[in-house]
Design a binder for this molecule. Structure first.
Ligand code: G
Ligand code: G
Ligand code: NA
Length: 254
C-alpha cells in the first residue's frame, strides 16, 4: 500500500494521535498552555513524525480532514483536563496553509469548537508566514472569521518566511512565535541574540504575546527573562508528551 492509502486508512483506524508540548511563563516557570503536535502511531510499528506525512497530506488535500480531526481532538482533550480537575490552560494547534484555502474553514471551526463545550479563547491557531504569500486579503478575511469565533491567532516560525514585515500591520494577531532556528548556536552567535532581542521588542510594541520555541538551555531561558519574553517551550522543560505523561505535569484547579 502506498503512503497516501495508508494515511487515509490511518485516519479511519484512529492511528493519529496528538502529543503536547508545555508552554511556560518565562518569569514564573508555570505551565500556561500546550502546543498540540500530530503523530502517526502506525499499527505495525513506531511513531511517524509529521514531517514524514504532512507534506503528502497537503498535496492530496487530506490535510483538511486531518486538520479537522486535530481540532476536534484538541478541544476534547482540553475538556477532559478540565473534567479531571486540572487548572485551565490554553492549547495551540497548527494550521496548514492548505486549510486556509477553503472558504468553508471558519464554518468548520465554528462547528467543531462550538460543539466541544470549551471556551474558544483557550484555543490558539498557529499560522505560518508561508500562508500569506498569495491572496493576502482573502487570508485576512478568513483570519478575521476565526477571531470572530473568539479564537486566538499566532504567527509561527516568525522570521523564517518570505513575507515582508508590513503584513504585521494587517493581520489580526494575538501572538508571535520566534522560530527555534534562532536558538541554534545562540551563545556563539551575537547576531542570533540581537535578532531574538529585536523580535521580542517588535512583538511587544505590536501588543503581541511573545513565545520562544526550541529553548534548550538555562542560559537561553535567562536571556529571555532579561529580555522580557512572555512564554517559552523547548526541551529544557519538556519534549512533546503523550496525554498520560502530560497530565502529570498539570496543576490541580485552585
Ligand atoms: O512535532 P514536530 O516538531 O516533529 O513537528 C514538525 C512540524 O510539523 C512542526 O513544524 C509543525 O508545524 C508540524 N505539525 C505538527 N503537528 C501539526 C498539525 O497538527 N497540523 C499541521 N498542519 N502541522 C503540524
Ligand atoms: O514548526 P513548529 O514550531 O510547530 O515546530 C515544533 C517542532 O519543534 C516539533 O517538531 C518539536 O518536536 C520541535 N521542538 C520542540 N522543542 C524543541 C527544542 O527544544 N529543540 C528542538 N531542536 N526542537 C524542538
Ligand atoms: Na507550531
Amino acid at each position: 500500500l502506498g503512503l497516501e492509502a495508508r494515511l487515509r486508512r490511518a485516519l479511519d483506524r484512529d492511528e493519529l494521535i496528538l502529543f503536547y508540548q508545555p508552554q511556560l511563563d518565562v518569569q514564573t516557570n508555570t505551565i500556561t498552555g500546550v502546543e498540540a503536535l500530530l503523530r502517526w502511531q502506525a499499527h505495525d510499528g513506531g511513531i511517524i513524525p509529521p514531517d514524514k506525512f504532512i507534506p503528502l497530506a497537503e498535496e492530496t488535500g487530506l490535510i483538511v480532514q486531518i486538520g479537522e480531526w486535530v481540532l476536534h481532538r484538541a478541544c476534547k482533550q482540553l475538556k477532559a483536563w478540565q473534567q479531571a480537575g486540572k487548572a485551565a490552560i490554553g492549547m495551540s494547534v497548527n494550521m496548514s496553509p492548505v486549510q486556509f484555502q477553503s472558504r468553508e474553514m471558519p464554518a468548520i471551526f465554528k462547528r467543531v469548537v462550538g460543539s466541544s463545550g470549551i471556551d474558544p479563547c483557550q484555543l490558539t491557531i498557529e499560522v505560518t508566514e508561508g500562508m500569506l504569500l498569495e491572496d493576502l486579503d482573502a487570508k485576512i478575511a478568513l483570519m478575521k472569521g476565526l477571531k470572530d469565533l473568539g479564537l486566538k491567532l499566532s504567527i509561527d516560525d516568525f522570521g523564517t518566511g518570505y513575507s515582508s514585515l508590513s503584513y504585521l500591520r494587517k493581520l489580526p494577531l494575538d501572538e508571535l512565535k520566534i522560530d527555534r532556528s534562532f536558538f541554534i548556536d545562540f551563545f556563539e552567535d551575537t547576531k542570533s541574540r540581537a535578532l531574538v532581542s529585536s523580535m521580542i521588542f517588535l512583538s511587544h510594541n505590536l501588543n503581541l504575546l511573545t513565545v520562544a520555541e526550541g529553548v534548550e538551555t538555562e542560559a537561553q531561558l535567562r536571556f529571555l527573562q532579561k529580555g522580557g519574553c512572555d512564554l517559552y517551550q523547548g526541551y529544557l522543560f519538556s519534549r512533546p508528551l503523550p496525554n498520560d505523561k502530560l497530565i502529570e505535569l498539570l496543576s490541580p484547579e485552585d
